[in-house]
Design a protein around this ligand. Structure first.
Ligand code: 9MR
Length: 495
Protein backbone atom coordinates (compact mmCIF):
# COMPACT_ATOMS: atom_id res chain seq x y z
CA UNK A 1 0.00 0.00 0.00
CA UNK A 2 1.45 3.39 -0.88
CA UNK A 3 2.12 5.81 1.93
CA UNK A 4 -0.76 8.22 1.93
CA UNK A 5 -0.23 11.91 2.02
CA UNK A 6 -0.82 13.46 5.41
CA UNK A 7 -3.84 15.66 5.66
CA UNK A 8 -2.51 19.16 6.10
CA UNK A 9 -3.64 20.54 9.44
CA UNK A 10 -6.28 23.18 8.94
CA UNK A 11 -4.84 26.71 8.82
CA UNK A 12 -7.96 27.81 10.65
CA UNK A 13 -7.09 28.23 14.31
CA UNK A 14 -8.85 25.59 16.30
CA UNK A 15 -11.13 26.92 18.98
CA UNK A 16 -9.81 24.21 21.25
CA UNK A 17 -7.14 25.77 23.37
CA UNK A 18 -5.69 22.48 24.48
CA UNK A 19 -5.46 21.23 20.94
CA UNK A 20 -3.46 24.30 19.94
CA UNK A 21 -1.11 23.66 22.81
CA UNK A 22 -0.33 20.30 21.30
CA UNK A 23 0.23 21.73 17.84
CA UNK A 24 3.96 21.01 17.94
CA UNK A 25 3.17 17.33 18.05
CA UNK A 26 1.69 17.46 14.56
CA UNK A 27 5.06 18.52 13.20
CA UNK A 28 6.38 15.08 13.96
CA UNK A 29 3.76 13.34 11.85
CA UNK A 30 5.61 13.70 8.56
CA UNK A 31 8.79 12.38 10.16
CA UNK A 32 6.86 9.41 11.49
CA UNK A 33 5.50 8.60 8.07
CA UNK A 34 8.94 8.89 6.56
CA UNK A 35 10.34 6.56 9.20
CA UNK A 36 7.52 4.10 8.67
CA UNK A 37 8.18 4.05 4.94
CA UNK A 38 11.75 2.92 5.59
CA UNK A 39 10.71 -0.17 7.51
CA UNK A 40 11.02 -3.55 5.77
CA UNK A 41 8.04 -4.51 3.68
CA UNK A 42 5.66 -6.63 5.67
CA UNK A 43 6.76 -5.14 8.97
CA UNK A 44 3.72 -4.66 11.15
CA UNK A 45 2.36 -1.19 10.81
CA UNK A 46 4.89 -0.16 8.19
CA UNK A 47 2.70 1.17 5.43
CA UNK A 48 -0.05 3.74 5.23
CA UNK A 49 -0.93 6.37 7.78
CA UNK A 50 0.06 5.52 11.31
CA UNK A 51 -1.84 5.82 14.55
CA UNK A 52 0.43 8.68 15.54
CA UNK A 53 0.12 10.60 12.28
CA UNK A 54 -3.65 10.26 12.28
CA UNK A 55 -3.92 11.17 15.96
CA UNK A 56 -1.60 14.15 15.61
CA UNK A 57 -3.54 15.40 12.58
CA UNK A 58 -6.56 15.45 14.91
CA UNK A 59 -4.66 17.30 17.64
CA UNK A 60 -4.16 14.42 20.05
CA UNK A 61 -1.35 11.91 20.57
CA UNK A 62 -1.33 8.13 20.57
CA UNK A 63 1.18 6.64 22.98
CA UNK A 64 2.57 3.36 24.19
CA UNK A 65 4.27 2.14 27.36
CA UNK A 66 7.65 0.48 26.92
CA UNK A 67 10.09 -1.12 29.30
CA UNK A 68 13.84 -1.35 28.95
CA UNK A 69 13.74 -4.99 27.82
CA UNK A 70 11.36 -4.03 25.00
CA UNK A 71 14.27 -2.19 23.39
CA UNK A 72 15.82 -5.59 22.55
CA UNK A 73 12.81 -6.67 20.49
CA UNK A 74 13.24 -5.31 16.96
CA UNK A 75 9.67 -6.18 15.96
CA UNK A 76 8.28 -4.32 18.95
CA UNK A 77 10.52 -1.29 18.48
CA UNK A 78 9.63 -1.07 14.78
CA UNK A 79 5.94 -0.90 15.68
CA UNK A 80 6.38 1.40 18.67
CA UNK A 81 8.74 3.77 16.87
CA UNK A 82 6.48 4.19 13.87
CA UNK A 83 2.93 3.90 15.23
CA UNK A 84 3.13 5.84 18.48
CA UNK A 85 4.01 9.45 19.18
CA UNK A 86 4.29 9.30 22.97
CA UNK A 87 6.24 6.92 25.18
CA UNK A 88 5.64 6.14 28.85
CA UNK A 89 8.37 4.12 30.58
CA UNK A 90 6.51 1.18 32.14
CA UNK A 91 8.70 0.78 35.22
CA UNK A 92 12.00 2.63 34.81
CA UNK A 93 11.03 6.00 36.29
CA UNK A 94 9.51 4.49 39.43
CA UNK A 95 11.05 5.08 42.84
CA UNK A 96 12.38 1.52 43.28
CA UNK A 97 14.47 1.84 40.13
CA UNK A 98 15.46 5.49 40.36
CA UNK A 99 16.31 5.73 44.07
CA UNK A 100 16.55 2.25 45.51
CA UNK A 101 18.60 3.55 48.42
CA UNK A 102 18.52 7.06 49.92
CA UNK A 103 20.16 9.63 47.67
CA UNK A 104 21.52 7.12 45.14
CA UNK A 105 19.90 7.95 41.83
CA UNK A 106 19.95 5.59 38.85
CA UNK A 107 18.64 7.03 35.62
CA UNK A 108 20.28 4.57 33.20
CA UNK A 109 17.22 2.46 32.34
CA UNK A 110 14.88 5.42 31.92
CA UNK A 111 17.50 7.39 29.99
CA UNK A 112 17.67 4.57 27.43
CA UNK A 113 13.92 4.76 26.91
CA UNK A 114 14.02 8.55 26.63
CA UNK A 115 16.80 8.23 24.06
CA UNK A 116 14.67 5.78 22.05
CA UNK A 117 11.79 8.24 22.18
CA UNK A 118 13.98 11.10 21.02
CA UNK A 119 15.39 9.03 18.15
CA UNK A 120 11.84 8.38 17.01
CA UNK A 121 10.60 11.93 17.67
CA UNK A 122 8.27 10.60 20.34
CA UNK A 123 7.33 12.66 23.38
CA UNK A 124 7.57 11.17 26.87
CA UNK A 125 5.15 10.93 29.79
CA UNK A 126 7.07 10.53 33.02
CA UNK A 127 5.62 7.78 35.23
CA UNK A 128 5.60 8.11 38.23
CA UNK A 129 7.02 10.12 41.15
CA UNK A 130 4.87 9.39 44.22
CA UNK A 131 3.18 5.98 44.43
CA UNK A 132 2.63 3.41 47.16
CA UNK A 133 3.72 0.59 44.83
CA UNK A 134 7.24 -0.12 43.56
CA UNK A 135 8.32 2.02 46.49
CA UNK A 136 11.52 0.90 48.23
CA UNK A 137 11.06 -0.25 51.81
CA UNK A 138 13.50 2.39 53.03
CA UNK A 139 10.83 4.99 52.23
CA UNK A 140 7.90 3.15 53.79
CA UNK A 141 10.00 2.42 56.87
CA UNK A 142 10.97 6.06 57.44
CA UNK A 143 9.67 7.81 60.55
CA UNK A 144 6.71 9.97 59.51
CA UNK A 145 8.65 13.14 60.16
CA UNK A 146 11.16 12.25 57.42
CA UNK A 147 8.81 11.26 54.62
CA UNK A 148 8.16 14.77 53.33
CA UNK A 149 11.87 15.48 53.02
CA UNK A 150 12.48 12.22 51.19
CA UNK A 151 9.55 12.87 48.85
CA UNK A 152 10.65 16.41 48.05
CA UNK A 153 14.23 15.31 47.46
CA UNK A 154 13.12 12.48 45.18
CA UNK A 155 10.84 14.71 43.12
CA UNK A 156 13.36 17.54 42.88
CA UNK A 157 16.13 15.23 41.73
CA UNK A 158 14.11 13.22 39.21
CA UNK A 159 12.12 16.08 37.71
CA UNK A 160 15.34 18.07 37.57
CA UNK A 161 17.14 15.26 35.75
CA UNK A 162 14.49 15.25 33.02
CA UNK A 163 13.84 18.99 33.00
CA UNK A 164 12.92 20.15 29.50
CA UNK A 165 12.80 16.60 28.13
CA UNK A 166 9.33 15.38 29.08
CA UNK A 167 5.81 16.26 28.00
CA UNK A 168 4.22 15.40 31.35
CA UNK A 169 4.72 13.79 34.74
CA UNK A 170 2.32 11.53 36.62
CA UNK A 171 3.26 13.25 39.86
CA UNK A 172 1.01 11.23 42.17
CA UNK A 173 -0.33 7.82 41.17
CA UNK A 174 -3.26 5.84 42.59
CA UNK A 175 -3.85 7.75 45.81
CA UNK A 176 -7.47 6.66 46.31
CA UNK A 177 -9.19 3.54 47.56
CA UNK A 178 -12.23 2.32 45.65
CA UNK A 179 -14.60 4.04 48.09
CA UNK A 180 -12.92 7.39 47.50
CA UNK A 181 -10.99 7.54 50.75
CA UNK A 182 -7.28 8.23 50.64
CA UNK A 183 -5.04 5.18 50.54
CA UNK A 184 -3.15 4.77 53.81
CA UNK A 185 0.29 4.79 52.24
CA UNK A 186 3.52 6.25 53.58
CA UNK A 187 2.78 9.67 52.13
CA UNK A 188 -0.78 10.03 53.39
CA UNK A 189 0.12 8.63 56.79
CA UNK A 190 2.95 11.13 57.17
CA UNK A 191 1.38 14.25 55.66
CA UNK A 192 -2.35 13.71 55.27
CA UNK A 193 -4.00 14.62 51.98
CA UNK A 194 -1.74 17.68 51.76
CA UNK A 195 1.02 15.48 50.33
CA UNK A 196 -0.62 15.78 46.90
CA UNK A 197 -0.35 19.58 46.76
CA UNK A 198 3.15 19.39 48.23
CA UNK A 199 4.27 16.96 45.54
CA UNK A 200 2.78 19.07 42.76
CA UNK A 201 4.40 22.27 44.02
CA UNK A 202 7.75 20.54 44.37
CA UNK A 203 7.52 19.21 40.81
CA UNK A 204 6.58 22.63 39.44
CA UNK A 205 9.57 24.20 41.14
CA UNK A 206 11.87 21.65 39.49
CA UNK A 207 10.46 22.09 35.96
CA UNK A 208 8.18 25.02 35.23
CA UNK A 209 7.13 23.74 31.80
CA UNK A 210 6.32 20.05 32.13
CA UNK A 211 2.62 19.16 32.49
CA UNK A 212 1.76 17.88 35.95
CA UNK A 213 -0.80 15.07 36.31
CA UNK A 214 -2.59 13.00 38.90
CA UNK A 215 -3.23 9.46 37.64
CA UNK A 216 -5.51 6.64 38.81
CA UNK A 217 -7.51 3.58 37.73
CA UNK A 218 -11.25 2.90 38.04
CA UNK A 219 -11.96 6.62 37.75
CA UNK A 220 -13.04 6.41 34.10
CA UNK A 221 -16.74 6.29 34.91
CA UNK A 222 -18.66 8.31 37.46
CA UNK A 223 -18.33 6.56 40.81
CA UNK A 224 -17.18 7.14 44.38
CA UNK A 225 -13.52 7.02 43.39
CA UNK A 226 -13.82 9.43 40.46
CA UNK A 227 -15.96 11.70 42.67
CA UNK A 228 -13.05 11.79 45.12
CA UNK A 229 -10.61 12.68 42.35
CA UNK A 230 -13.01 15.31 41.05
CA UNK A 231 -13.33 16.91 44.48
CA UNK A 232 -9.57 16.83 45.00
CA UNK A 233 -8.91 18.50 41.63
CA UNK A 234 -11.54 21.12 42.38
CA UNK A 235 -9.92 21.91 45.71
CA UNK A 236 -6.39 21.99 44.29
CA UNK A 237 -7.40 24.31 41.46
CA UNK A 238 -9.21 26.64 43.87
CA UNK A 239 -6.04 26.79 45.95
CA UNK A 240 -3.85 27.63 42.97
CA UNK A 241 -1.89 24.39 43.23
CA UNK A 242 -0.08 23.65 39.94
CA UNK A 243 -2.03 20.87 38.25
CA UNK A 244 -2.41 20.49 34.49
CA UNK A 245 -4.20 17.23 34.01
CA UNK A 246 -5.75 14.02 35.23
CA UNK A 247 -4.76 10.64 33.83
CA UNK A 248 -7.41 7.94 33.50
CA UNK A 249 -5.59 4.63 33.30
CA UNK A 250 -8.40 2.73 31.54
CA UNK A 251 -7.52 -0.89 32.29
CA UNK A 252 -10.78 -2.22 30.93
CA UNK A 253 -12.43 -5.63 30.63
CA UNK A 254 -13.83 -6.30 27.16
CA UNK A 255 -17.32 -4.88 26.77
CA UNK A 256 -17.12 -2.87 29.98
CA UNK A 257 -16.06 0.61 28.96
CA UNK A 258 -18.17 2.77 31.29
CA UNK A 259 -21.04 4.52 29.56
CA UNK A 260 -20.30 7.62 31.62
CA UNK A 261 -16.73 7.95 30.28
CA UNK A 262 -17.40 11.02 28.16
CA UNK A 263 -19.49 12.86 30.75
CA UNK A 264 -16.91 12.04 33.39
CA UNK A 265 -13.99 13.38 31.33
CA UNK A 266 -16.00 16.49 30.58
CA UNK A 267 -16.68 17.26 34.22
CA UNK A 268 -12.92 17.23 34.82
CA UNK A 269 -12.09 19.47 31.87
CA UNK A 270 -14.74 21.87 33.15
CA UNK A 271 -12.50 22.32 36.19
CA UNK A 272 -9.73 23.65 33.95
CA UNK A 273 -7.52 20.60 33.63
CA UNK A 274 -6.63 18.45 30.64
CA UNK A 275 -7.48 14.77 30.64
CA UNK A 276 -5.64 11.83 29.10
CA UNK A 277 -6.19 8.11 28.74
CA UNK A 278 -2.89 6.92 30.15
CA UNK A 279 -2.77 3.11 30.33
CA UNK A 280 -5.40 1.72 27.98
CA UNK A 281 -5.86 -2.01 27.61
CA UNK A 282 -8.96 -4.18 27.27
CA UNK A 283 -8.55 -7.71 28.55
CA UNK A 284 -10.28 -10.74 27.12
CA UNK A 285 -10.79 -14.26 28.54
CA UNK A 286 -8.37 -16.60 26.76
CA UNK A 287 -8.48 -18.00 24.20
CA UNK A 288 -9.84 -14.82 22.66
CA UNK A 289 -12.95 -15.46 20.59
CA UNK A 290 -13.56 -13.51 17.41
CA UNK A 291 -16.65 -12.04 19.05
CA UNK A 292 -14.52 -10.68 21.88
CA UNK A 293 -11.90 -9.35 19.48
CA UNK A 294 -14.70 -7.55 17.66
CA UNK A 295 -16.04 -6.18 20.95
CA UNK A 296 -12.53 -5.07 21.84
CA UNK A 297 -12.37 -3.18 18.56
CA UNK A 298 -15.64 -1.47 19.47
CA UNK A 299 -14.22 -0.61 22.90
CA UNK A 300 -11.04 0.90 21.45
CA UNK A 301 -13.02 2.94 18.93
CA UNK A 302 -15.25 4.11 21.76
CA UNK A 303 -12.27 5.32 23.80
CA UNK A 304 -10.60 7.04 20.85
CA UNK A 305 -13.85 8.67 19.74
CA UNK A 306 -14.51 9.84 23.28
CA UNK A 307 -11.10 11.47 23.57
CA UNK A 308 -11.62 13.16 20.20
CA UNK A 309 -15.03 14.39 21.33
CA UNK A 310 -13.83 15.88 24.62
CA UNK A 311 -12.14 19.23 24.29
CA UNK A 312 -9.16 19.00 26.60
CA UNK A 313 -8.51 15.29 26.10
CA UNK A 314 -4.92 15.41 24.91
CA UNK A 315 -4.26 11.80 23.98
CA UNK A 316 -4.52 8.07 24.45
CA UNK A 317 -1.71 5.81 25.63
CA UNK A 318 -1.89 2.04 25.45
CA UNK A 319 -0.21 0.13 28.31
CA UNK A 320 2.28 -1.91 26.31
CA UNK A 321 2.76 -2.21 22.58
CA UNK A 322 1.33 -5.67 21.94
CA UNK A 323 -0.20 -8.66 23.68
CA UNK A 324 3.24 -10.26 24.06
CA UNK A 325 4.54 -7.47 26.32
CA UNK A 326 1.29 -6.72 28.16
CA UNK A 327 1.16 -7.04 31.96
CA UNK A 328 -2.33 -8.56 31.84
CA UNK A 329 -1.64 -12.34 31.56
CA UNK A 330 0.80 -12.18 34.46
CA UNK A 331 -1.64 -10.37 36.74
CA UNK A 332 -5.01 -11.71 35.61
CA UNK A 333 -4.54 -15.42 34.90
CA UNK A 334 -6.86 -16.58 32.12
CA UNK A 335 -7.04 -13.10 30.59
CA UNK A 336 -4.94 -11.51 27.88
CA UNK A 337 -5.11 -10.33 24.26
CA UNK A 338 -5.61 -6.87 25.78
CA UNK A 339 -3.89 -4.63 23.22
CA UNK A 340 -4.18 -3.64 19.56
CA UNK A 341 -1.33 -5.94 18.45
CA UNK A 342 -1.21 -9.70 18.79
CA UNK A 343 1.63 -11.81 20.17
CA UNK A 344 3.51 -11.41 16.87
CA UNK A 345 2.89 -7.64 16.73
CA UNK A 346 0.41 -8.01 13.94
CA UNK A 347 -2.47 -5.52 14.14
CA UNK A 348 -5.76 -6.80 15.52
CA UNK A 349 -9.29 -5.54 14.85
CA UNK A 350 -8.82 -3.00 17.66
CA UNK A 351 -6.01 -1.40 15.64
CA UNK A 352 -8.18 -1.09 12.55
CA UNK A 353 -11.00 0.32 14.65
CA UNK A 354 -8.68 2.89 16.22
CA UNK A 355 -7.33 3.93 12.82
CA UNK A 356 -10.87 4.26 11.54
CA UNK A 357 -11.93 6.28 14.57
CA UNK A 358 -9.04 8.64 13.80
CA UNK A 359 -10.34 9.07 10.26
CA UNK A 360 -7.73 6.85 8.68
CA UNK A 361 -9.95 4.77 6.44
CA UNK A 362 -12.54 5.76 3.95
CA UNK A 363 -14.40 2.47 4.12
CA UNK A 364 -16.95 1.98 6.84
CA UNK A 365 -15.32 1.25 10.19
CA UNK A 366 -16.25 -2.35 10.73
CA UNK A 367 -14.30 -3.64 13.69
CA UNK A 368 -15.69 -7.09 13.41
CA UNK A 369 -14.04 -9.87 11.52
CA UNK A 370 -14.61 -9.51 7.83
CA UNK A 371 -16.88 -11.96 6.16
CA UNK A 372 -15.09 -14.84 4.59
CA UNK A 373 -15.53 -15.26 0.87
CA UNK A 374 -18.03 -17.95 1.64
CA UNK A 375 -20.01 -17.00 4.74
CA UNK A 376 -21.71 -20.36 4.68
CA UNK A 377 -21.80 -22.13 7.99
CA UNK A 378 -20.50 -25.26 6.32
CA UNK A 379 -17.59 -26.57 8.32
CA UNK A 380 -15.71 -27.67 5.26
CA UNK A 381 -13.11 -25.42 3.64
CA UNK A 382 -14.80 -22.94 1.42
CA UNK A 383 -14.82 -24.00 -2.20
CA UNK A 384 -15.82 -20.51 -3.29
CA UNK A 385 -13.83 -19.22 -6.22
CA UNK A 386 -11.34 -16.46 -5.93
CA UNK A 387 -12.79 -13.04 -6.69
CA UNK A 388 -10.63 -12.92 -9.78
CA UNK A 389 -8.74 -15.21 -12.05
CA UNK A 390 -4.99 -15.80 -12.01
CA UNK A 391 -5.00 -17.40 -8.56
CA UNK A 392 -2.03 -19.31 -7.29
CA UNK A 393 -0.76 -19.97 -3.82
CA UNK A 394 2.04 -21.47 -1.81
CA UNK A 395 1.88 -22.39 1.86
CA UNK A 396 4.83 -22.84 4.18
CA UNK A 397 4.60 -23.81 7.81
CA UNK A 398 6.58 -24.21 10.98
CA UNK A 399 5.57 -26.26 13.97
CA UNK A 400 6.68 -25.99 17.56
CA UNK A 401 5.51 -29.03 19.52
CA UNK A 402 5.66 -30.40 23.03
CA UNK A 403 4.28 -33.66 24.44
CA UNK A 404 0.58 -32.79 24.29
CA UNK A 405 0.45 -29.50 22.39
CA UNK A 406 1.80 -27.51 19.50
CA UNK A 407 1.75 -24.18 17.74
CA UNK A 408 1.76 -23.96 13.96
CA UNK A 409 2.56 -20.84 12.01
CA UNK A 410 1.48 -20.88 8.37
CA UNK A 411 2.38 -18.38 5.68
CA UNK A 412 0.28 -18.02 2.55
CA UNK A 413 2.02 -16.51 -0.49
CA UNK A 414 -0.03 -15.28 -3.41
CA UNK A 415 1.82 -16.73 -6.43
CA UNK A 416 -0.93 -15.67 -8.83
CA UNK A 417 -1.34 -12.49 -10.81
CA UNK A 418 -4.51 -11.22 -9.09
CA UNK A 419 -4.95 -9.63 -5.71
CA UNK A 420 -6.76 -11.79 -3.18
CA UNK A 421 -9.17 -9.62 -1.21
CA UNK A 422 -10.49 -12.23 1.22
CA UNK A 423 -9.30 -15.74 1.86
CA UNK A 424 -10.19 -19.10 3.25
CA UNK A 425 -7.37 -21.60 3.54
CA UNK A 426 -8.69 -25.13 3.62
CA UNK A 427 -6.69 -27.97 5.11
CA UNK A 428 -7.06 -31.13 7.17
CA UNK A 429 -5.62 -31.31 10.66
CA UNK A 430 -3.77 -34.55 11.41
CA UNK A 431 -5.81 -37.01 13.49
CA UNK A 432 -5.87 -36.19 17.19
CA UNK A 433 -5.16 -32.44 16.75
CA UNK A 434 -7.70 -29.99 18.15
CA UNK A 435 -7.29 -26.24 17.72
CA UNK A 436 -7.61 -24.31 21.00
CA UNK A 437 -6.79 -20.79 19.78
CA UNK A 438 -5.78 -18.99 16.62
CA UNK A 439 -4.21 -15.68 15.65
CA UNK A 440 -4.65 -13.65 12.48
CA UNK A 441 -7.40 -16.04 11.35
CA UNK A 442 -10.60 -17.70 12.48
CA UNK A 443 -10.43 -21.48 12.22
CA UNK A 444 -13.56 -23.65 12.13
CA UNK A 445 -14.24 -26.33 13.12
CA UNK A 446 -11.48 -27.21 15.58
CA UNK A 447 -10.47 -30.56 14.13
CA UNK A 448 -10.60 -32.57 10.94
CA UNK A 449 -11.18 -30.69 7.71
CA UNK A 450 -11.04 -27.00 8.64
CA UNK A 451 -11.16 -23.55 7.09
CA UNK A 452 -8.95 -20.69 8.26
CA UNK A 453 -10.50 -17.38 7.33
CA UNK A 454 -8.92 -13.94 7.29
CA UNK A 455 -9.76 -11.30 9.89
CA UNK A 456 -10.82 -7.76 9.06
CA UNK A 457 -7.29 -6.47 8.67
CA UNK A 458 -5.47 -9.16 6.70
CA UNK A 459 -7.79 -10.22 3.91
CA UNK A 460 -5.76 -8.65 1.13
CA UNK A 461 -2.77 -10.47 -0.35
CA UNK A 462 -1.20 -8.77 -3.36
CA UNK A 463 0.50 -10.80 -6.10
CA UNK A 464 3.85 -11.84 -4.65
CA UNK A 465 2.71 -10.86 -1.17
CA UNK A 466 2.13 -13.10 1.79
CA UNK A 467 0.32 -13.20 5.10
CA UNK A 468 0.79 -15.35 8.15
CA UNK A 469 -1.51 -16.84 10.74
CA UNK A 470 -1.23 -19.55 13.31
CA UNK A 471 -2.93 -21.69 15.85
CA UNK A 472 -2.34 -23.58 19.03
CA UNK A 473 -3.63 -27.16 19.20
CA UNK A 474 -3.71 -30.15 21.49
CA UNK A 475 -2.46 -33.41 19.98
CA UNK A 476 -2.51 -37.07 20.94
CA UNK A 477 0.77 -38.07 19.33
CA UNK A 478 0.84 -36.70 15.78
CA UNK A 479 2.21 -33.17 15.99
CA UNK A 480 2.74 -32.81 12.26
CA UNK A 481 1.73 -29.97 9.98
CA UNK A 482 -1.16 -30.29 7.55
CA UNK A 483 0.16 -31.35 4.17
CA UNK A 484 -2.38 -30.10 1.62
CA UNK A 485 -4.02 -26.71 1.32
CA UNK A 486 -6.52 -24.87 -0.84
CA UNK A 487 -6.83 -21.09 -1.07
CA UNK A 488 -10.42 -20.12 -1.84
CA UNK A 489 -10.79 -23.57 -3.32
CA UNK A 490 -7.63 -23.55 -5.44
CA UNK A 491 -4.95 -26.10 -4.51
CA UNK A 492 -1.68 -24.60 -3.24
CA UNK A 493 1.88 -25.76 -3.51
CA UNK A 494 3.81 -26.35 -0.29
CA UNK A 495 7.42 -26.14 0.77
O1 9MR B 1 3.35 -2.49 33.76
C1 9MR B 1 3.87 -2.45 35.07
C2 9MR B 1 4.34 -3.84 35.44
O2 9MR B 1 5.43 -4.23 34.65
C3 9MR B 1 4.72 -3.87 36.90
O3 9MR B 1 4.98 -5.19 37.28
C4 9MR B 1 3.59 -3.30 37.74
C5 9MR B 1 3.95 -3.29 39.20
O4 9MR B 1 3.06 -2.58 39.95
O5 9MR B 1 3.28 -1.99 37.31
C6 9MR B 1 2.80 -1.99 36.03
O6 9MR B 1 2.32 -0.74 35.65
C7 9MR B 1 1.28 -0.22 36.44
C8 9MR B 1 1.39 1.29 36.38
O7 9MR B 1 2.66 1.67 36.78
C9 9MR B 1 0.32 1.93 37.23
N1 9MR B 1 -0.99 1.47 36.89
C10 9MR B 1 -1.16 0.04 36.83
C11 9MR B 1 -0.11 -0.58 35.93
C12 9MR B 1 -0.34 -2.08 35.82
O8 9MR B 1 -0.11 -2.71 37.06
Amino acid sequence: MPVRTLRTPSPTPTPRRQRRALGALAATAAAALAAAALLPAGQAGAAGPTLRSLAEAKGIYFGTAMTQSDLNNSTLTAVAGSQFGMLTPGNEMKWDTVESSPGNFNYGPADRLVAFAQTHTMKVRGHTLVWHNQLPSWVSNLPGSQVQGAMRNHITNEVGHYKGKLYAWDVVNEMFNEDGSFRNDAFYNAMGSGFVADALRTARAADPDVKLYLNDYNIEGQNAKSDAMYNLVKTLKSQGVPLDGVGFQAHFIVGQVPSSLKANLQRFTALGVNVAITELDDRIPLPASSANLAQQATDYANVVNTCLAVSGCVGVTQWGTGDADSWIPGTFPGYGAATMYDNNYQPKPAYTASVNALGGATNSPSPSNSPSPSPSSSPSPSPSPSPSSGVGCKVTGAVNAWNTGLTDNLTITNTGSSTVTAWTLGFTLPAGQTVTSAWNATITPSSGQVGARNLSYNGTISPGGSTSFGYQANHTGDAGLPTQFTLNGTPCTTG
